[in-house]
Design a binder for this molecule. Structure first.
Ligand code: DP6
Length: 359
């Protein structure tokens, strides 16, 4: 795999200190990434809607020091020093120092906060890692002003992937593909690309209400989860199916066939959980209320001839997906019926968005 385009070669300027703040979103996969090999190479291609309201804001203050062996950084989360997140970020810096050698010449003070409630079960690694990657690229651009916006975003996605696979899909929006796929022009295992074809207007401003069924710590970390796909009896077929689903979804996104969209997206969510039910060790990540919500969504869809559907992450929360044209009616349905199945009636209304923003 050729990663040479991501090496840092030039350094035109000397910068003593700098500070950048980026806001980057979370994303929700329609075709799921579940299974990877080293270094963070996905076993199949995936696609997600970039979200708009669920995001991480990260500021990094860089101050020049004599070159060190290991990245020198402090981490503050929501104003407080957070040493338990440090090992994951230290590992990330170690992985990327080959591509960003300049990080060893700065002390980095990282200040991060999420727009969504702490331990809501919403994956923060996608938004968290992509925000750090964007701040690093901002420093890189100061050091080498000639880099293009295209290279900036591509390298940020490349770096973010090395922190968390799904983070590679959080730089741009509203639809991003990560993983090489013969029918998606420009796609790569190394970074995410914007879905390259014209999307049917029904998918514009697509709504995602995240129902917080279980806000506890994740029962299965993503590292453990992806590892379950090694020696999994159904893994090879699953990877094949995911790539086929992406071919189908690519056509559906262009044609706007909602019946097919709903069928494919819900099947992907249930298959992700089926992989966990059938791995060893095995996990049931849905809760009784997850199933109640799914049944209510199906009933509503039937009775109202609606295009509502759901997807799931590797947890009990339910993402309710619907076109903007049904926003009012479905928001009422969520408030009146589905909220009762959420912890403390909590849910977050979000929608597709356009990716990272500098502040
Ligand atoms: C179920 O990106 O969290 O959300 O690469 O180990 O950080 P790591 O995994 P991560 O896995 C996300 C899995 C998923 C599906 C998806 O987002 O595609």
């Amino acid at each position: 795999m050729n990663t040479s385009e991501f090496l840092f070669i030039t350094k035109d300027k000397a910068i003593d200190s700098a500070s950048f703040t980026w806001q980057t979103p979370s994303n929700i996969a329609l075709v799921k990434y579940w299974g990877k090999s080293d270094p963070q190479i996905p076993k199949n291609a995936s696609i997600s809607f970039t979200l708009n309201n669920c995001h991480t804001t990260t500021k990094i203050n860089f101050s020049k020091i004599n070159k060190v062996e290991k990245a020198d950084f402090e981490l503050y989360f929501e104003g407080k020093k957070k040493d338990d997140f440090k090992p994951k970020i230290a590992k990330f810096f170690e992985r990327i120092q080959e591509y960003c050698p300049y990080i060893l010449e700065y002390k980095m003070e990282i200040h991060s906060e999420n727009s969504f409630p702490h331990s809501s079960g919403i994956a923060s690694s996608a938004s968290g890692m992509s925000a750090i990657a964007m701040c690093l690229l901002s420093l890189e651009k100061e050091l080498s002003p000639e880099i293009t916006t295209e290279h900036f975003n591509k390298k940020a996605s490349f770096l973010a992937r090395l922190g968390s696979g799904s983070a590679s899909r959080s730089i741009e929006g509203p639809l991003v593909v990560w993983g090489e796929h013969p029918e998606i022009k420009g796609s790569s295992d190394l970074f995410g690309v914007k879905f390259p074809y014209k999307v049917h207007p029904i998918f514009e401003d697509y709504q995602d209400a995240i129902l917080l069924v279980d806000k506890g710590e994740k029962q299965v970390s993503s590292t453990v989860g992806h590892n379950l796909m090694h020696d999994h009896p159904y893994a090879e077929n699953r990877f094949k199916q995911a790539n086929e689903n992406l071919s189908k979804l690519s056509k559906i996104l262009q044609s706007g066939d909602m019946k097919q969209f709903i069928n494919l997206v819900e099947s992907e969510a249930l298959t992700l959980h089926a992989m966990m039910l059938t791995s060893n060790p095995y996990f049931i990540l849905m809760k009784p209320n997850t199933l109640e919500i799914i049944n209510q969504i199906w009933k509503y869809r039937e009775e109202n001839d609606s295009n509502i559907c759901f997807t799931l992450d590797a947890g009990a929360n339910v993402h309710v997906l619907y076109p903007a044209s049904e926003k009012e009616a479905i928001n009422q349905f969520i408030k009146n019926t589905l909220a009762a199945y959420c912890q403390k009636n909590q849910y977050i209304c979000d929608k597709s968005g356009y990716g990272a923003k500098i502040l």
